[in-house]
Design a binder for this molecule. Sequence first.
Ligand code: ADP
Ligand code: MG
Length: 802
Amino acid sequence: MVKQTIQIFARVKPSVRKQQQGIYSIDEDEKLASSLEIVLPRDLADGFVNNKRESYKFKFQRIFDQEAKQEIIFEIIAKPVAESTLAGYNGTIFAYGQTGSGKTFTITGGAERYSDRGIIPRTLSYIFEQLQKDSSKIYTTHISYLEIYNECGYDLLDPRHEASKLEDLPKVTILEDPDQNIHLKNLSLHQATTEEEALNLLFLGDTNRMIAETPMNQASTRSHCIFTVHLSSKEPGSATVRHAKLHLVDLAGSERVSKTGVGGLLLTEAKYINLSLHYLEQVIIALSEKHRTHIPYRNSMMTSVLRDSLGGNCMTTMIATLSLEKRNIDESISTCRFAQRVALIKNEAILNEEIDPRLMIVRLQKEIADLKAELAMVTGEQRTEALTEAELLQLEKLIASFVEDQDPESRLEVGADLRKIHYCFHHFKKLLNDKKTLENTDSSESTTQQACQEPVKDEEYTKLRSLLKQRDNEINILVNMLKKEKKKTQDALQYSSTEKSEARPPPNSPFIAGSPAGQRTSFSSSLSQTQDLSVYRHRSSLLHKKTGMREEMSLGRQEAFEIFKRDHADSVTIEDNKQVLKQRFSEAKALGESINEARSKIGQLKEAISQRHLQQVALGIAESMAPPSTPDPQEQKLRAQLEEEKSRYKTTFMRLKALKVEIEHLQLLMDKAKLKLQKEFEAWWAEEASSLQVNSPATNLQDAAKPFPQQDQTQLLSKKSSQGLEVENGAGKLDVCGRNARRILPSPCPSPHSQEPSGSSIQLQDRPSSIPLTGDRQTDSDILAFIKARQSILQKKCLGSN
Ligand code: ADP
Ligand code: MG
């Protein structure tokens, strides 16, 4: 058992503008802990300038200032927790802080650079690296990803996620067994045999989370996400299995929101915090106070799920993320205060070991077989379950002579054979019963005599019964254990019998269970993957299929999307990543070639060495000379070359392997960015379409369409004109030349509601005949929205130039 208080760390987010940064200092001098001092300037009090400043000091295990990189965060904070999970202890790392303070950045990582990957991807990488190194145990890894929003749990890895809104998904619910263990129903567990599989699951969950988010449920700031690595290990042949869980938790923003929305005017007491964080605070307070017997874990789902992590069987670490800009000082101080309370909580982590009943039965069966074999060797006879006819006959003879023998010293010798001993008992029992029936008919005197013998008989009876029952009991215990284990596994898998078939990952899911439980993917299999770069494309396209374009776009919409994409701030990131990816692919290709080269060189050298060897031997035989005592210098040279090639092969291989992980990561980042872009486009488009519906025909076109988000109007115009947009303003005739060029002739007052071709004020001259204007309301309104948006932009341009 390891007793430990919750470890607390602080991380300060880089300030965007230095002049807005608050005053703080970090003192690293103290031996065991660092301290953070935050100064709260008090400018105007009681009508005169008060130069006194209030300062607050908080202790942390360690404080990471603005320039701290992701790598050091992992090394100092996450690695020790991952190590203890590998040793069989439960672990939890949770990030706490206001929205925008860097929780997601710390736990999952930034969306742009590979070097920005956070604790989860680095921990997965570390865990799988360690598992590969340790061949003394058999490990099985499963992943689950839970989101808690508004007190409801959702499975982020549920295969149905893509098709539904968050609220439509089956809820993950909490079940408590008689031993007060928490089980999560409907939360799927997915086996991951490699780092790549686990990473895919992380990205899948994040993408699902993004899809489910709508402006109405700002899930990313108000929900908690719990990514859990379930690790079980056992030594080969042993029946003891160790289970450990590692929760990596990104909590909801801890900011206290003003009830009325009038920021700053209300007293702190009148503000409220995300409800489940409020309950978390209550649990923390209860745990940090001595002599409190009741801890209100059950008040919220999050505290129930994390019960072990808070004051239970777990090694827990908290990261307080701080944004120390002036306007955020208040929230940062409250985050630090919370951390100080958390630091008082003591946890007791124990090794979670249990006997696997299936293995136990197998072991016992084997033991029985061994003992039988041993017995057969000693007695020289093979024993079957029942006695043979001849044996029975012989036994009955023996019993008869024993019963008849009047000599008190006489003994019944049947040998060390339980079957024969049991048979004798049965036989005596039968004799006794027969005698009893006989005696019942006898005189009362004999009845009294029988009464004296009764207790003796009863005793024997009980003895025999207990002997007989002994085996039954043993079997019952084992069967019960099996049942219990089966139930546990079922609960853990969270597939209720009716939902089983739906909840199974689809056949093209990237997380289809790989090898059976207990088997790890061997190094050589990852080697073959490394050499086949098409695997990444395949996997990425699978993810894309899950998350990608959900509906076919009409032509007008496609065109608008192209422009939207071009002008979106994220397109720079996507382009940058594309370039990096291209570079990495060519690097990987070069490395692959170099590996192949080294491999064929190794083959050649081996061949040359054996040739040389044969030559030497043949020469020795031909000249009937004794083999030379000194090694052949030519062969030695070849061997040295071989070693060199081998080490070149190995280093290149390792480089390729690392590159592979990076490529995979970058691809997933890009998929996610693309999806985000599409989502934002759709939101913008929907807004445009609805404003179009609302606006009357007389409404000024200029107001009808909002500009694309995240762009500068003039920048957009300049880009567009450089990309072939032409305006013939006088007649209101717009010539839009692009990839999907077509002529558009709007009337001065287009009616957005008109769907009739004759009544339509818009004519599309190059419109494909397969898309009739009237038959496709969606396409028509799409095009209308797009045209309006463009008109508005172009009119603005014209106004600007006048
Ligand atoms: P939270 O999850 O707490 O709401 P985020 O992790 O989303 O906050 O961070 C907000 C923004 O700040 C993101 O754009 C993120 O990339 C950036 N950010 C946060 N921490 C850091 C850091 N240590 N270094 C660089 N950028 C950071
Ligand atoms: Mg976040």
